[in-house]
Design a protein around this ligand. Sequence first.
Ligand code: ZN
Length: 472
Amino acid sequence: MRNTDEVWSLVEAKRERFFELSDRVWGMPELNYAEERSSAEHAAMLETEGFRIERGLAGLPTAVMGEAGEGGPVIAILGEFDALPGLSQAAGVAERREVEAGGNGHACGHNLLGSGALLAATAVKDWLAANGLPGRVRYYGCPAEEGGSAKGFMVRAGCFDDVDVAISWHPGPFAGVNTPISLACNEMDFHFSGRSSHAAASPHLGRSALDAVELMNVGVNYMREHMPSSARIHYALLDAGGTAPNVVQGRAVVRYLVRARDLPQLQALVKRVQKVAEGAALMTETAVECRIVSGDANLVGNTPLEELMHSHLERLGPPPFDDADRTFAAQFQATLSDEDIAASFQRFGMKPRKGLALVDAIYPLGAGDGSSVGSTDVGTVSWVVPTVQMRGATVAIGTPGHSWQLVAQGKAPAAHKGMEHAAKAMASTAAELLRDPVLVEKAKADFRERLVGTPFVNPIPDDVDPPLPGTH
Ligand SMILES: [Zn+2]
Protein backbone atom coordinates (compact mmCIF):
# COMPACT_ATOMS: atom_id res chain seq x y z
CA MET A 1 0.00 0.00 0.00
CA ARG A 2 1.67 3.19 -1.18
CA ASN A 3 1.13 6.27 0.87
CA THR A 4 1.40 9.28 -1.36
CA ASP A 5 -1.68 11.30 -0.54
CA GLU A 6 -1.83 13.88 2.21
CA VAL A 7 -5.32 12.66 3.15
CA TRP A 8 -3.95 9.11 3.55
CA SER A 9 -1.46 10.36 6.15
CA LEU A 10 -4.37 12.06 7.90
CA VAL A 11 -6.14 8.68 8.05
CA GLU A 12 -3.02 7.10 9.53
CA ALA A 13 -2.61 9.86 12.09
CA LYS A 14 -5.88 8.97 13.81
CA ARG A 15 -6.45 5.34 12.89
CA GLU A 16 -5.72 3.83 16.32
CA ARG A 17 -8.59 5.66 17.99
CA PHE A 18 -10.94 4.50 15.25
CA PHE A 19 -9.77 0.89 15.55
CA GLU A 20 -10.65 1.22 19.24
CA LEU A 21 -14.06 2.68 18.35
CA SER A 22 -14.73 -0.26 16.03
CA ASP A 23 -13.65 -2.73 18.71
CA ARG A 24 -15.88 -1.09 21.31
CA VAL A 25 -18.89 -1.23 18.98
CA TRP A 26 -18.01 -4.87 18.23
CA GLY A 27 -18.25 -5.48 21.97
CA MET A 28 -21.75 -3.95 22.31
CA PRO A 29 -23.66 -5.60 19.45
CA GLU A 30 -27.06 -3.91 19.16
CA LEU A 31 -29.93 -4.63 16.78
CA ASN A 32 -32.06 -2.59 14.37
CA TYR A 33 -32.96 0.83 15.83
CA ALA A 34 -31.78 -0.17 19.31
CA GLU A 35 -28.17 0.87 18.69
CA GLU A 36 -28.21 3.37 21.56
CA ARG A 37 -24.70 2.77 22.86
CA SER A 38 -23.13 2.36 19.44
CA SER A 39 -24.77 5.54 18.17
CA ALA A 40 -23.62 7.38 21.32
CA GLU A 41 -20.05 6.16 20.70
CA HIS A 42 -20.18 7.57 17.17
CA ALA A 43 -21.70 10.86 18.37
CA ALA A 44 -18.96 11.16 21.01
CA MET A 45 -16.28 10.66 18.37
CA LEU A 46 -17.91 13.27 16.12
CA GLU A 47 -17.94 15.65 19.09
CA THR A 48 -14.28 15.01 19.92
CA GLU A 49 -13.42 15.67 16.29
CA GLY A 50 -15.31 18.97 16.25
CA PHE A 51 -18.07 18.07 13.79
CA ARG A 52 -21.39 19.95 13.95
CA ILE A 53 -23.74 17.25 15.16
CA GLU A 54 -27.38 16.51 14.42
CA ARG A 55 -29.09 13.65 16.26
CA GLY A 56 -32.32 11.77 15.77
CA LEU A 57 -32.49 12.37 12.00
CA ALA A 58 -35.81 11.43 10.36
CA GLY A 59 -37.23 10.71 13.82
CA LEU A 60 -34.83 7.79 14.25
CA PRO A 61 -33.34 8.14 17.75
CA THR A 62 -30.11 6.30 16.84
CA ALA A 63 -29.39 8.17 13.60
CA VAL A 64 -26.59 10.72 13.96
CA MET A 65 -24.90 13.07 11.51
CA GLY A 66 -21.79 15.22 11.76
CA GLU A 67 -20.78 17.94 9.33
CA ALA A 68 -17.53 19.87 8.91
CA GLY A 69 -16.30 22.52 6.49
CA GLU A 70 -18.02 25.47 4.84
CA GLY A 71 -19.68 26.05 1.47
CA GLY A 72 -18.65 24.06 -1.59
CA PRO A 73 -19.99 20.66 -2.52
CA VAL A 74 -21.35 18.34 0.18
CA ILE A 75 -19.81 14.87 0.28
CA ALA A 76 -21.58 12.35 2.50
CA ILE A 77 -19.81 9.28 3.86
CA LEU A 78 -22.31 6.71 5.08
CA GLY A 79 -21.71 4.45 8.06
CA GLU A 80 -23.65 1.77 9.94
CA PHE A 81 -23.32 0.12 13.34
CA ASP A 82 -26.11 -2.45 13.77
CA ALA A 83 -25.53 -6.14 14.57
CA LEU A 84 -27.40 -9.40 14.05
CA PRO A 85 -29.29 -11.62 16.50
CA GLY A 86 -28.13 -15.08 17.55
CA LEU A 87 -24.54 -14.62 16.42
CA SER A 88 -22.69 -13.90 19.62
CA GLN A 89 -19.15 -15.18 19.10
CA ALA A 90 -15.77 -14.86 20.79
CA ALA A 91 -13.15 -12.88 18.90
CA GLY A 92 -10.09 -14.49 17.39
CA VAL A 93 -11.04 -18.16 17.83
CA ALA A 94 -11.68 -20.33 14.78
CA GLU A 95 -14.45 -22.33 16.39
CA ARG A 96 -18.03 -21.59 17.36
CA ARG A 97 -17.93 -20.13 20.87
CA GLU A 98 -20.64 -17.79 22.11
CA VAL A 99 -19.77 -14.89 24.40
CA GLU A 100 -23.40 -14.66 25.54
CA ALA A 101 -25.85 -17.50 24.96
CA GLY A 102 -28.26 -16.45 22.20
CA GLY A 103 -26.71 -12.98 22.11
CA ASN A 104 -26.10 -10.63 19.21
CA GLY A 105 -22.97 -10.40 17.10
CA HIS A 106 -21.37 -8.14 14.49
CA ALA A 107 -21.78 -10.71 11.74
CA CYS A 108 -21.92 -8.19 8.90
CA GLY A 109 -18.89 -6.16 10.02
CA HIS A 110 -20.87 -2.98 10.64
CA ASN A 111 -18.57 -2.16 13.57
CA LEU A 112 -15.84 -1.67 10.95
CA LEU A 113 -18.22 -0.10 8.43
CA GLY A 114 -19.23 2.72 10.75
CA SER A 115 -15.82 3.34 12.22
CA GLY A 116 -14.06 3.24 8.84
CA ALA A 117 -16.57 5.68 7.31
CA LEU A 118 -16.16 8.02 10.28
CA LEU A 119 -12.37 7.78 10.01
CA ALA A 120 -12.60 8.72 6.31
CA ALA A 121 -14.89 11.68 7.08
CA THR A 122 -12.50 12.83 9.83
CA ALA A 123 -9.50 12.71 7.49
CA VAL A 124 -11.41 14.70 4.84
CA LYS A 125 -12.37 17.27 7.49
CA ASP A 126 -8.72 17.61 8.53
CA TRP A 127 -7.65 17.79 4.87
CA LEU A 128 -10.16 20.58 4.10
CA ALA A 129 -8.95 22.53 7.11
CA ALA A 130 -5.26 22.02 6.29
CA ASN A 131 -5.78 23.24 2.72
CA GLY A 132 -8.28 26.01 3.46
CA LEU A 133 -10.61 24.69 0.77
CA PRO A 134 -14.37 25.26 0.53
CA GLY A 135 -16.54 22.19 0.77
CA ARG A 136 -18.30 20.13 3.38
CA VAL A 137 -17.96 16.54 4.48
CA ARG A 138 -20.63 14.73 6.44
CA TYR A 139 -20.64 11.46 8.28
CA TYR A 140 -24.06 9.83 8.43
CA GLY A 141 -24.33 7.24 11.20
CA CYS A 142 -27.22 5.23 9.79
CA PRO A 143 -29.03 2.73 12.01
CA ALA A 144 -30.86 -0.47 11.15
CA GLU A 145 -29.37 -1.61 7.84
CA GLU A 146 -30.27 -5.20 8.68
CA GLY A 147 -33.90 -5.20 7.61
CA GLY A 148 -34.77 -1.79 9.07
CA SER A 149 -34.32 0.28 5.89
CA ALA A 150 -33.28 3.30 7.95
CA LYS A 151 -31.71 5.05 4.97
CA GLY A 152 -35.05 4.80 3.15
CA PHE A 153 -36.75 6.64 6.01
CA MET A 154 -33.88 9.16 5.99
CA VAL A 155 -34.34 9.67 2.23
CA ARG A 156 -38.08 10.16 2.76
CA ALA A 157 -37.35 12.80 5.41
CA GLY A 158 -35.04 14.68 3.02
CA CYS A 159 -31.82 14.02 4.97
CA PHE A 160 -29.78 13.75 1.75
CA ASP A 161 -31.51 16.50 -0.25
CA ASP A 162 -28.51 18.85 -0.28
CA VAL A 163 -25.85 16.15 -0.64
CA ASP A 164 -23.86 16.16 -3.90
CA VAL A 165 -22.18 12.75 -3.69
CA ALA A 166 -22.55 9.83 -1.26
CA ILE A 167 -19.73 7.37 -0.59
CA SER A 168 -19.79 4.16 1.40
CA TRP A 169 -18.16 0.78 1.80
CA HIS A 170 -18.85 -2.68 3.10
CA PRO A 171 -16.43 -5.08 4.78
CA GLY A 172 -15.98 -8.57 3.35
CA PRO A 173 -13.35 -10.82 1.75
CA PHE A 174 -12.50 -8.68 -1.31
CA ALA A 175 -11.43 -5.12 -2.07
CA GLY A 176 -12.70 -3.13 -5.02
CA VAL A 177 -15.48 -0.88 -6.22
CA ASN A 178 -18.86 -2.42 -5.58
CA THR A 179 -20.60 -3.56 -8.76
CA PRO A 180 -23.82 -1.62 -8.30
CA ILE A 181 -26.33 -4.43 -8.47
CA SER A 182 -28.72 -5.11 -5.63
CA LEU A 183 -32.36 -6.09 -5.46
CA ALA A 184 -35.13 -3.66 -4.66
CA CYS A 185 -37.29 -5.10 -1.92
CA ASN A 186 -40.38 -4.66 0.18
CA GLU A 187 -41.15 -6.40 3.42
CA MET A 188 -44.87 -6.53 4.19
CA ASP A 189 -47.21 -8.23 6.59
CA PHE A 190 -50.54 -9.70 5.50
CA HIS A 191 -53.02 -9.66 8.37
CA PHE A 192 -55.90 -12.04 7.71
CA SER A 193 -59.00 -11.94 9.88
CA GLY A 194 -61.80 -14.48 9.77
CA ARG A 195 -64.22 -15.83 12.33
CA SER A 196 -63.31 -18.11 15.18
CA SER A 197 -65.52 -21.02 16.14
CA HIS A 198 -65.50 -24.52 17.62
CA ALA A 199 -63.76 -26.63 15.03
CA ALA A 200 -65.88 -29.74 15.71
CA ALA A 201 -69.22 -28.43 16.96
CA SER A 202 -69.66 -25.54 14.52
CA PRO A 203 -67.04 -25.67 11.77
CA HIS A 204 -69.53 -24.20 9.28
CA LEU A 205 -69.61 -20.99 11.29
CA GLY A 206 -65.84 -20.54 11.24
CA ARG A 207 -63.78 -18.75 8.59
CA SER A 208 -60.14 -19.66 8.97
CA ALA A 209 -57.51 -16.96 8.63
CA LEU A 210 -54.86 -19.70 8.72
CA ASP A 211 -56.46 -21.36 5.69
CA ALA A 212 -56.21 -18.01 3.92
CA VAL A 213 -52.48 -17.78 4.74
CA GLU A 214 -51.93 -21.33 3.44
CA LEU A 215 -53.81 -20.57 0.22
CA MET A 216 -51.88 -17.36 -0.22
CA ASN A 217 -48.59 -19.23 0.13
CA VAL A 218 -49.74 -21.81 -2.41
CA GLY A 219 -50.81 -19.06 -4.80
CA VAL A 220 -47.47 -17.27 -4.52
CA ASN A 221 -45.60 -20.53 -4.97
CA TYR A 222 -47.46 -21.03 -8.27
CA MET A 223 -46.70 -17.44 -9.23
CA ARG A 224 -42.95 -18.04 -8.91
CA GLU A 225 -42.85 -19.79 -12.27
CA HIS A 226 -44.15 -16.66 -13.93
CA MET A 227 -41.97 -13.93 -12.55
CA PRO A 228 -38.58 -12.55 -13.68
CA SER A 229 -35.80 -14.98 -12.79
CA SER A 230 -33.91 -12.29 -10.84
CA ALA A 231 -36.87 -11.78 -8.51
CA ARG A 232 -37.06 -13.48 -5.12
CA ILE A 233 -39.99 -14.02 -2.76
CA HIS A 234 -39.59 -15.32 0.81
CA TYR A 235 -42.14 -15.68 3.58
CA ALA A 236 -42.37 -16.40 7.29
CA LEU A 237 -45.34 -17.06 9.56
CA LEU A 238 -45.58 -14.39 12.24
CA ASP A 239 -48.86 -15.57 13.73
CA ALA A 240 -50.52 -18.88 12.90
CA GLY A 241 -53.61 -17.91 14.87
CA GLY A 242 -53.02 -19.97 17.98
CA THR A 243 -51.99 -23.44 19.04
CA ALA A 244 -55.38 -25.11 19.50
CA PRO A 245 -56.40 -27.17 16.46
CA ASN A 246 -59.96 -27.47 17.79
CA VAL A 247 -60.51 -23.73 17.40
CA VAL A 248 -60.90 -22.21 13.92
CA GLN A 249 -58.14 -19.63 13.66
CA GLY A 250 -59.77 -16.25 13.49
CA ARG A 251 -56.55 -14.39 12.76
CA ALA A 252 -53.20 -15.10 11.13
CA VAL A 253 -50.27 -13.03 9.91
CA VAL A 254 -47.71 -13.90 7.26
CA ARG A 255 -44.70 -11.73 6.44
CA TYR A 256 -43.53 -11.53 2.85
CA LEU A 257 -40.21 -10.25 1.52
CA VAL A 258 -40.47 -9.51 -2.19
CA ARG A 259 -37.31 -8.67 -4.15
CA ALA A 260 -36.89 -7.59 -7.76
CA ARG A 261 -34.21 -6.25 -10.09
CA ASP A 262 -35.36 -2.63 -9.87
CA LEU A 263 -38.07 -0.40 -8.43
CA PRO A 264 -40.53 -0.62 -11.36
CA GLN A 265 -40.28 -4.45 -11.37
CA LEU A 266 -40.72 -4.48 -7.60
CA GLN A 267 -43.84 -2.34 -7.74
CA ALA A 268 -45.38 -4.69 -10.32
CA LEU A 269 -44.52 -7.82 -8.34
CA VAL A 270 -45.78 -6.43 -5.03
CA LYS A 271 -49.17 -5.73 -6.70
CA ARG A 272 -49.33 -9.34 -7.90
CA VAL A 273 -48.56 -10.72 -4.43
CA GLN A 274 -51.24 -8.45 -3.00
CA LYS A 275 -53.73 -9.83 -5.57
CA VAL A 276 -52.92 -13.39 -4.50
CA ALA A 277 -53.60 -12.35 -0.89
CA GLU A 278 -56.95 -10.87 -1.91
CA GLY A 279 -57.75 -14.07 -3.79
CA ALA A 280 -57.00 -16.12 -0.71
CA ALA A 281 -59.26 -13.87 1.34
CA LEU A 282 -62.04 -14.21 -1.23
CA MET A 283 -61.79 -18.00 -1.24
CA THR A 284 -61.97 -18.24 2.53
CA GLU A 285 -64.41 -15.39 3.22
CA THR A 286 -61.83 -13.66 5.37
CA ALA A 287 -60.50 -10.12 5.18
CA VAL A 288 -56.88 -9.17 4.51
CA GLU A 289 -54.90 -6.05 5.21
CA CYS A 290 -51.40 -5.51 3.79
CA ARG A 291 -49.05 -3.45 5.94
CA ILE A 292 -45.68 -2.51 4.46
CA VAL A 293 -42.90 -2.80 7.03
CA SER A 294 -39.85 -1.59 5.10
CA GLY A 295 -38.33 -1.39 1.66
CA ASP A 296 -35.10 -0.71 -0.20
CA ALA A 297 -34.55 0.49 -3.74
CA ASN A 298 -31.99 -1.22 -5.98
CA LEU A 299 -28.55 0.35 -6.31
CA VAL A 300 -28.12 2.85 -9.14
CA GLY A 301 -24.57 2.86 -10.47
CA ASN A 302 -22.49 5.89 -11.37
CA THR A 303 -19.74 5.36 -13.92
CA PRO A 304 -17.66 8.51 -13.26
CA LEU A 305 -17.66 7.84 -9.51
CA GLU A 306 -16.87 4.14 -9.93
CA GLU A 307 -13.95 4.92 -12.25
CA LEU A 308 -12.69 7.59 -9.87
CA MET A 309 -12.83 5.34 -6.83
CA HIS A 310 -11.25 2.46 -8.74
CA SER A 311 -8.31 4.69 -9.72
CA HIS A 312 -7.76 5.53 -6.06
CA LEU A 313 -7.87 1.85 -5.09
CA GLU A 314 -5.40 1.01 -7.85
CA ARG A 315 -2.98 3.66 -6.59
CA LEU A 316 -3.43 2.41 -3.05
CA GLY A 317 -2.94 -1.26 -3.88
CA PRO A 318 -4.36 -4.06 -1.72
CA PRO A 319 -4.40 -3.84 2.10
CA PRO A 320 -0.94 -4.53 3.57
CA PHE A 321 -1.66 -7.97 5.05
CA ASP A 322 1.35 -9.85 6.47
CA ASP A 323 2.11 -13.52 7.12
CA ALA A 324 0.55 -13.40 10.59
CA ASP A 325 -2.71 -12.09 9.06
CA ARG A 326 -2.66 -14.83 6.42
CA THR A 327 -2.01 -17.56 8.99
CA PHE A 328 -4.88 -16.24 11.11
CA ALA A 329 -7.23 -16.08 8.11
CA ALA A 330 -6.26 -19.59 7.00
CA GLN A 331 -7.56 -20.96 10.32
CA PHE A 332 -10.99 -19.59 9.44
CA GLN A 333 -10.82 -20.85 5.88
CA ALA A 334 -10.24 -24.31 7.36
CA THR A 335 -13.73 -24.11 8.93
CA LEU A 336 -15.35 -23.48 5.53
CA SER A 337 -16.24 -25.85 2.73
CA ASP A 338 -14.51 -25.73 -0.65
CA GLU A 339 -17.88 -24.66 -2.09
CA ASP A 340 -18.06 -21.66 0.27
CA ILE A 341 -14.60 -20.56 -0.80
CA ALA A 342 -15.19 -21.14 -4.52
CA ALA A 343 -18.53 -19.28 -4.36
CA SER A 344 -16.79 -16.33 -2.74
CA PHE A 345 -14.40 -16.01 -5.71
CA GLN A 346 -17.14 -16.61 -8.27
CA ARG A 347 -19.28 -13.83 -6.86
CA PHE A 348 -16.58 -11.46 -8.08
CA GLY A 349 -16.10 -13.21 -11.41
CA MET A 350 -12.75 -14.67 -10.34
CA LYS A 351 -11.25 -18.10 -10.72
CA PRO A 352 -10.85 -19.74 -7.30
CA ARG A 353 -7.22 -19.73 -6.10
CA LYS A 354 -6.35 -22.49 -3.70
CA GLY A 355 -4.40 -21.47 -0.64
CA LEU A 356 -5.17 -17.75 -0.90
CA ALA A 357 -6.46 -16.76 2.53
CA LEU A 358 -6.54 -12.97 2.10
CA VAL A 359 -6.73 -10.88 -1.06
CA ASP A 360 -3.55 -9.66 -2.71
CA ALA A 361 -5.09 -7.41 -5.36
CA ILE A 362 -7.92 -5.00 -6.09
CA TYR A 363 -10.58 -6.76 -8.14
CA PRO A 364 -11.35 -5.31 -11.59
CA LEU A 365 -14.00 -2.69 -12.11
CA GLY A 366 -17.38 -4.29 -12.82
CA ALA A 367 -16.28 -7.73 -11.58
CA GLY A 368 -19.04 -10.25 -10.99
CA ASP A 369 -22.37 -10.56 -12.72
CA GLY A 370 -24.50 -9.74 -9.74
CA SER A 371 -26.21 -13.12 -9.91
CA SER A 372 -25.80 -13.58 -6.20
CA VAL A 373 -27.04 -10.43 -4.53
CA GLY A 374 -29.30 -9.27 -1.74
CA SER A 375 -30.67 -5.85 -0.93
CA THR A 376 -29.23 -2.81 0.83
CA ASP A 377 -30.76 0.45 1.95
CA VAL A 378 -27.83 2.28 0.33
CA GLY A 379 -29.85 1.52 -2.83
CA THR A 380 -32.52 4.03 -1.81
CA VAL A 381 -29.89 6.75 -1.28
CA SER A 382 -28.48 6.02 -4.76
CA TRP A 383 -31.82 7.04 -6.32
CA VAL A 384 -31.60 10.56 -4.87
CA VAL A 385 -27.83 11.23 -4.76
CA PRO A 386 -24.99 10.02 -7.04
CA THR A 387 -23.57 7.19 -4.93
CA VAL A 388 -20.50 4.97 -4.99
CA GLN A 389 -19.64 2.11 -2.69
CA MET A 390 -16.59 -0.07 -2.32
CA ARG A 391 -15.88 -3.37 -0.69
CA GLY A 392 -13.05 -3.54 1.79
CA ALA A 393 -11.12 -6.72 2.51
CA THR A 394 -11.32 -7.49 6.22
CA VAL A 395 -11.83 -11.28 6.45
CA ALA A 396 -10.61 -14.57 5.00
CA ILE A 397 -11.78 -15.34 1.47
CA GLY A 398 -14.87 -17.52 1.65
CA THR A 399 -16.13 -16.11 4.96
CA PRO A 400 -19.92 -15.97 4.50
CA GLY A 401 -21.84 -12.86 5.47
CA HIS A 402 -23.83 -13.18 8.69
CA SER A 403 -21.65 -16.02 9.99
CA TRP A 404 -19.87 -16.62 13.30
CA GLN A 405 -16.61 -16.70 11.35
CA LEU A 406 -17.18 -13.09 10.32
CA VAL A 407 -17.85 -12.03 13.92
CA ALA A 408 -14.71 -13.82 15.14
CA GLN A 409 -12.50 -11.95 12.66
CA GLY A 410 -14.05 -8.53 13.44
CA LYS A 411 -11.33 -7.22 15.78
CA ALA A 412 -8.27 -8.84 14.20
CA PRO A 413 -5.32 -6.86 12.85
CA ALA A 414 -6.41 -7.81 9.30
CA ALA A 415 -9.86 -6.29 9.96
CA HIS A 416 -8.22 -3.07 11.14
CA LYS A 417 -5.94 -2.98 8.09
CA GLY A 418 -8.90 -3.53 5.76
CA MET A 419 -10.83 -0.77 7.52
CA GLU A 420 -7.93 1.68 7.24
CA HIS A 421 -7.52 0.75 3.59
CA ALA A 422 -11.19 1.47 2.86
CA ALA A 423 -11.02 4.73 4.83
CA LYS A 424 -8.07 5.85 2.70
CA ALA A 425 -9.80 5.00 -0.58
CA MET A 426 -13.01 6.78 0.48
CA ALA A 427 -11.13 9.80 1.86
CA SER A 428 -8.98 10.38 -1.23
CA THR A 429 -11.97 9.87 -3.53
CA ALA A 430 -13.86 12.49 -1.51
CA ALA A 431 -10.85 14.82 -1.49
CA GLU A 432 -10.54 14.65 -5.26
CA LEU A 433 -14.24 15.43 -5.67
CA LEU A 434 -13.86 18.43 -3.37
CA ARG A 435 -10.77 19.66 -5.22
CA ASP A 436 -12.34 19.26 -8.66
CA PRO A 437 -16.02 20.30 -8.89
CA VAL A 438 -16.07 19.20 -12.57
CA LEU A 439 -15.98 15.60 -11.31
CA VAL A 440 -19.05 16.28 -9.16
CA GLU A 441 -20.84 17.66 -12.21
CA LYS A 442 -19.91 14.57 -14.24
CA ALA A 443 -21.30 12.34 -11.51
CA LYS A 444 -24.53 14.33 -11.46
CA ALA A 445 -24.89 14.19 -15.25
CA ASP A 446 -24.49 10.39 -15.20
CA PHE A 447 -27.03 10.20 -12.36
CA ARG A 448 -29.61 12.25 -14.27
CA GLU A 449 -29.11 10.30 -17.45
CA ARG A 450 -29.64 6.92 -15.76
CA LEU A 451 -32.88 7.91 -14.11
CA VAL A 452 -34.47 9.91 -16.90
CA GLY A 453 -38.01 8.62 -17.43
CA THR A 454 -38.00 6.57 -14.21
CA PRO A 455 -39.48 8.65 -11.42
CA PHE A 456 -38.28 7.70 -7.96
CA VAL A 457 -40.95 6.11 -5.83
CA ASN A 458 -39.68 5.42 -2.33
CA PRO A 459 -40.46 1.76 -1.56
CA ILE A 460 -41.45 2.99 1.90
CA PRO A 461 -44.84 4.67 1.55
CA ASP A 462 -45.48 7.94 3.36
CA ASP A 463 -47.79 6.42 5.96
CA VAL A 464 -45.34 3.76 7.14
CA ASP A 465 -43.56 4.45 10.42
CA PRO A 466 -40.09 3.08 11.15
CA PRO A 467 -40.27 -0.13 13.19
CA LEU A 468 -38.70 1.40 16.30
CA PRO A 469 -38.39 -0.74 19.44
CA GLY A 470 -41.67 -0.68 21.34
CA THR A 471 -43.80 0.20 18.32
CA HIS A 472 -44.54 -3.36 17.28
ZN1 ZN B 1 -23.98 -5.39 6.05
